[in-house]
Design a protein around this ligand. Structure first.
Ligand SMILES: Nc1ncnc2c1ncn2[C@@H]1O[C@H](COP(=O)(O)OP(=O)(O)OP(=O)(O)O)[C@@H](O)[C@H]1O
Ligand SMILES: [Mg+2]
Length: 446
């Protein structure tokens, strides 16, 4: 089997399906070799509702990406999202092996136990990721990488992402019907975060808000790792529907109006103007003031950011977002979005574009809409999920050293497990320290 360094990301979004073929360049950046995109009509709020339409869109996007990259696509890292995906904190405790020095097999047992400790994971759900959070070796807490440490017991927590089996199966089915394999699945907020965040932001505390067509994903990163996430079922397509409803126009016209004249922040509107549109099916042309359009758009965008603000509060991390917020996804392109977000969230805000991209067609993906797909290829690269000639091998390279840990909120440290007692709590116990990259990698591959 010929080894390649090609990675493929597939984002099956509510409004578009896109595929990116990339490789790692000499500087470690993502060199984009090809991109394919197709309109998506088989999904509602990031969930497949029409298999055939989704398969067609995947096939078209894949064909375009293959043509552009001259790479035959076999396996993909696909994004998973939707309100059915949720996260659970699971605590675990194990005895360290007889040598008294923590080794990789201890960590594996620890994580396996965290996985099995989700007592109430019903048969309808399956695990998408298990992301280690915190290790406590004997009484030493805040351990980033426990391997090599002396101790007798090891406890801590993991962040477990689960989704509805049937909805995940539908995604897999669409990919297989399009003649591809699923190399990996990645929770979309994990991918978007990876694409748009700088390392400094990840460490100092950032919330990433991806406003897509059908869903808004909120993910909180503290001390280098994802700590909390939720998917909201209100997004940028709702803005379009509101415009259609408000000015009584077809959806396509409303979408055009939103993109051409739309603004999410009424305070930015200086001069009002009349906007003319054709009447539906031969009805007379009509006009309305731009300020009315802004009021409609602002109301829905406010709702999105208020829901995001509620999530941030619920997470318990609102005081720890030192770097502020990153707004990404197609919804971030609406003028006035940053200003509105800043007002409602009370955070410093910037727009999230995919980072660390090189190559001749990098401009083609330099758009918040492609944050997820670029994060999917970045995640594949991190995990050595190489494709092309059938490669999907775990890394043998040593992991980078973990960054220094900043002090987590004491109130949010996981409860120490009682002797032999493990527990799993849904979105309740944010952990306190940085992930160990290599553990995350091999756990993702389990
Ligand atoms: N220039 C623009 N100005 C304003 N809105 C835009 C612009 N371009 C795209 N959008 C909006 O972005 C949304 C699509 O965003 P995106 O491509 O991130 O969604 P998706 O990934 O298909 O959906 P989801 O993530 O919810 O499954 C649409 O509602 C579209 O109207
Ligand atoms: Mg999306």
């Amino acid at each position: 089997m010929v080894k390649s360094n090609i990675v493929i990301g597939l984002d099956i979004g509510t409004t578009k399906v896109c595929v990116v073929v990339a490789e790692k360049d000499d500087l470690g950046k993502l060199n984009v070799l090809g991109k394919g995109r197709a309109n998506s009509e088989g999904l509602q709020r990031a969930t497949v509702v029409n298999i055939n339409k989704t398969v067609d869109a995947i096939s078209k996007a894949v064909a375009d990406a293959e043509r552009e990259s001259s790479i035959k696509i076999k396996g993909v890292n696909v994004g998973i999202s939707g309100a059915h995906v949720h996260c659970i904190y699971s605590n675990s405790e194990i005895s360290v092996n007889q040598s008294g020095i923590v080794n990789e097999s201890d960590v594996r047992r620890f994580l396996e136990k965290a996985k099995t400790n989700i007592r109430y994971l019903d048969i309808d759900h399956e695990i998408i990721h298990v992301i280690p959070q915190e290790f406590i070796v004997d009484d030493q807490d805040g351990v980033l990488d426990p391997i090599g440490m002396a101790g007798t017991t090891m406890r801590g927590s993991a962040y477990i992402v689960v989704g509805l089996r049937t909805k995940i199966r539908n995604i897999k089915q669409c990919i297989e019907k399009a003649g591809l394999e699923v190399n990996a699945m990645t929770f979309e907020p994990v991918a978007s975060g990876l694409a748009v965040m700088k390392e400094s932001e990840k460490k100092s505390g950032t919330v990433v808000i991806d406003i897509g067509g059908g869903t808004t994903e909120v993910a909180i990163y503290i001390d280098g790792a994802i700590r909390y996430s939720e998917v909201i079922k209100v997004a940028a397509n709702d803005v379009t529907h509101d415009v259609a409803y408000g000015v009584k126009a077809l959806n396509d016209v409303a979408e055009e109006l939103k993109i051409r004249y739309g603004c999410a922040y009424s305070k930015m509107l200086e001069d009002d103007e009349e906007i003319m549109i054709d009447g539906i099916e031969g009805r007379p042309r009509k006009s309305f003031p731009k300020s009315s359009l802004t009021v409609i758009i602002e109301a829905r965008m406010m709702e999105i950011f208020e829901l995001a603000r509620d999530i941030i509060k619920r997470s318990g991390y609102s005081d720890y977002l030192n770097a502020g917020a990153i707004i990404t996804g197609g919804g971030a392109l609406l003028p006035g979005t940053l200003e509105l977000a800043r007002d409602i969230l009370g955070l410093d805000v910037r727009t999230g574009y995919p980072e660390g991209v090189s190559g001749g067609i990098k401009d083609a993906v330099n758009n918040p809409m492609y944050a997820t797909v670029m994060g999917l290829v970045a995640h594949s690269l991190e995990n050595n999920l190489y494709q092309d000639y059938g490669m999907a091998e775990p890394s043998s390279a040593p992991p980078p050293p973990p960054p220094p840990r900043t002090a987590p909120p004491a109130s949010q440290q996981p409860e120490p497990a009682s002797s032999g007692g493990e527990q799993a709590q849904e979105q309740q116990q944010p952990a306190g320290s940085k992930f160990v990259d290599r553990l995350k990698k091999f756990w993702d591959q389990l």
